[in-house]
Design a protein around this ligand. Structure first.
Ligand SMILES: [Zn+2]
Length: 294
């Protein structure tokens, strides 16, 4: 169980380099035009989440492909479940009634068969080979990795190389992988970590550095307050699916019976349980970011 990799906040592909966004003041990707095809709403939505070099997905449409036959065979069922978790929380697919315009669609050919993101020279996320010439470069690529855990890019980048939007997932236990992937999809949509908000101290505190610095290792920065600017759509929400639970990146001796050994706790010292579905405020945020536009 690679628990230290759980929910490792996103990485992104920039000029062939993977860049961890967590703890970085900004990504190495710079953009002169972050308007998301000129729609100011995208900029506001973006700023309501994090930073200035990424936007929400234009028109709420997120096309995706699987990086390989193996990735589709192993992950499709779980990705479908994760998408369904969000759509259930949102009240159903994009429509005037559900008041959101978010849709995810796998790229297919004229016969309705899936097109894989890469040609047969694909090896891994780190060595992806050649992007399929029939697929737009901005399409989200879903990769399978060894071990557990998952990571993903945050929001949408107008400019950049093919494969710049990515979700990389291992195979966690069946009862949690769809929750992990729903969390990662939240990042894809543009949501950051709820526990990294600058107002989290109102109700909770992170003990990432103090409690278990050894076991936490490099992921400890995922507990730190996200660098400014932070534009926030809704009030701090410990029930968000984008909030870590007390077990995230914890050493084995952290449990609900021994919360003092866990890196992230309630202000009163209580244990934070895993959120399995998007919260009401998550839904409010997504509706603000991806309004139904008819
Ligand atoms: Zn995360």
């Amino acid at each position: 169980m690679h628990s230290f990799m759980m929910f490792k906040l996103l990485a992104l592909i920039a000029l062939g380099l993977m860049v961890e966004l967590v703890g970085a003041a900004s990504s190495s990707v710079t953009r002169t035009n972050g308007t998301g095809q000129g729609n100011n709403l995208h900029d506001r939505s973006l700023n309501a989440i994090y930073g200035g070099d990424r936007t929400t997905w234009p028109l709420g449409k997120i096309p995706y492909c699987y990086a390989s036959i193996a990735a589709r065979a192993q992950l499709k069922h779980h990705i479908d479940s994760a998408i369904q978790i969000w759509m259930t929380a949102l009240g159903g697919p994009a429509s005037a009634v559900t008041a959101h315009g978010l849709s995810l669609t796998e790229v297919v050919d004229d016969q309705g068969q899936p097109i894989y993101c890469f040609f047969n020279d694909y090896q891994s996320y780190e060595h992806p080979g050649s992007w399929h010439t029939a697929i737009w470069k901005h399409v989200l690529a879903i990769h399978l990795q060894g071990g557990g855990g998952a990571r993903s890019t945050l929001g949408y980048f107008e400019q950049g190389a093919a494969g710049r939007h990515a979700l990389v997932s291992g195979l966690d236990a069946p009862n949690i992988i769809q929750i992990t992937l729903a969390h990662e999809l939240g990042h894809v949509f543009g949501l950051g970590h709820e526990h990294q908000r600058n107002d989290r101290w109102m109700d909770y505190m992170a003990q990432a550095q103090a409690a278990n610095p050894g076991p936490l290792g490099f992921i400890s920065k995922d507990f730190l307050i996200w660098p400014a600017p932070q534009g926030l759509l809704t009030a701090y929400d410990v029930t968000s699916i984008m909030h870590y639970d007390s077990r995230t990146a914890a050493s084995p001796d952290c449990s609900s019976l021994a919360p003092h050994r866990c890196p992230l706790l309630h202000r009163n010292g209580g244990y934070i349980y895993k959120n399995r579905v998007p919260s009401a405020k998550d839904v409010t945020g997504i509706r603000a970011m991806y309004p139904w536009q008819g």
